[in-house]
Design a protein around this ligand. Structure first.
Ligand code: FES
Ligand SMILES: [Fe+2]
Length: 413
């Protein structure tokens, strides 16, 4: 039985944010700013749900690993074990809690920095503090000078492991041993994505930005609602080429129902092979398995709570949002392409242009998100009315409220 946690904002206040967009109002601004509410949300959502931590091709060989941190408080190691499976385990040493991937020494300028993320290939992890040594599965292999410690058995001190699932080539980890499988909440999106075989796509090493100064929900909302394409991105988007591929509300196409852990839309561009760049057309060859009609599909998806995914006929881009505080998160940004796309000699040059194309949008979206965070702190922050082009928002709010209610033991429905 999960412990009961309580929202500092009465949950009755959220219902008005879950109505049809013609009736709904925005969430209470405090959900983007309040430290106590942030802790509630960590307990109500993030401790028991699937965090996207990266892609399988980031650790292709046994022994490959990288580190990351969940919720600014759970440092983990993501690795490929000797048997080829993906393992996610804590990096907190089971002796005296040192981070086992921390450096042995650091220059003065870094003394008080948290341990940096690291990646590499190894057979074991040795804690720098007293040299307890663990294998890729977290088993404690060695613990020097513990032979006089009564009843000490290495088997009792393995690094705790998280639950792991792979989905479309993304690695997901969950701290809750009782959580329901990720796939139980993603099947509607699975049906739409199956022809893309995204598990075979290859990601360019994602860029990770710590301490991005806005709440994780602002990033999700901005990625998924398309109303701002008419405003903020007006100068970048030609609606003639794009049609509803991006200009339409990415959330409106498919209903969101209780139990869904994805909200997504399949937009339609007016021409095949639309793209997010100044030419609005794809740089790379379209996936050969797509029909001409399917090449007009543009998919925007949120896989609750941390993965954002935009899928085009030749490429996809993705973000993960890992909350680190009421008004901050760690943002990862990656692009991915069908396997073999990088055989093209022009690939490096095209990739650079591709990145610049997406950056045109980031140059507008990310500063806008920062400005929204500023506004949410104001005593004049609204619970604003919505356009029909923001129909993602009430669905998102419904998902959030279901989590908040479940955490407080309120029966669903
Ligand atoms: S804290 Fe890791 S070996 Fe002591
Ligand atoms: Fe945008």
């Amino acid at each position: 039985v999960a412990k009961t946690v309580r929202s500092p904002i009465p949950l009755e206040e959220f219902a008005a944010s879950t109505l049809d967009p013609s009736e709904a109002i925005g969430l209470p601004p405090a959900v983007y700013t309040d430290a106590e509410f942030h802790e509630f949300e960590i307990d109500a959502i993030f401790r028991s749900r699937w965090h996207c931590v990266g892609r399988v091709e980031m650790i292709p060989e046994p022994g490959d690993f990288f580190t990351t941190t969940l919720m600014d408080r759970e440092p983990v190691i993501v690795s490929r074990t000797s048997t080829g499976s993906v393992n996610v385990m804590t990096s907190v040493c089971q002796h005296r809690a040192m981070c086992i991937t921390a450096p042995v020494q650091r220059p003065r300028a870094e003394w008080f920095e948290p341990p940096p993320d690291v990646k590499g290939n190894t057979r074991t992890f040795r804690c720098p503090y007293h040299w307890w040594t663990y294998d890729l599965d977290g088993r404690l292999l060695g613990a020097p000078s513990m032979d006089r410690t009564v009843g000490f058995a290495k088997a009792d001190h393995a690094l705790p492991r998280l639950r792991v699932e792979e989905w479309c080539g993304f690695i997901f980890a969950n701290l809750d041993a009782e959580a329901r499988p990720l796939r139980e909440g993603t099947h509607k999106l699975d049906a739409v994505l199956s022809t893309y075989r995204l598990n075979e796509w290859v990601t360019q090493a994602p860029e990770v930005i710590r301490d991005v100064p806005f709440n994780w929900k602002i990033m999700v909302e901005n990625f998924m609602e398309s109303y701002h394409n008419y405003g903020l991105h007006n100068a970048l988007l030609s609606m003639e080429a794009y049609g509803e591929g991006n200009a339409g509300d990415a959330g409106k196409r498919l209903p969101f129902e209780p139990g869904d852990d994805v909200i997504f839309g399949v937009g339609r561009s007016n021409v095949p092979d639309a793209a997010v760049n100044a030419t609005q057309r794809a740089f790379f060859a379209p996936l050969p398995t797509l029909t001409v009609d399917e090449r007009q599909n543009v998919i925007f998806a949120w896989v609750a709570p941390t993965l954002l995914l935009g899928v085009f006929s030749d490429s996809a881009f993705w973000f993960t949002v890992e909350p680190t505080g009421p008004s901050a998160h760690t943002l990862s940004m990656g692009y991915m392409f069908p396997a073999g796309a990088d055989d093209n000699k022009l690939f490096p040059a095209l990739l650079e242009r591709y990145g610049k194309g997406i950056e045109l949008f980031n140059n507008q979206d990310l500063p806008a998100d920062v400005a929204i965070q500023v506004g949410m702190r104001s005593q004049f922050a609204p619970r604003g009315r919505m356009s029909h082009l923001e129909s993602f928002l009430p669905k998102f709010n419904s998902w959030l409220l279901a989590c908040y209610r479940a955490a407080q033991g309120v029966p669903v429905g």
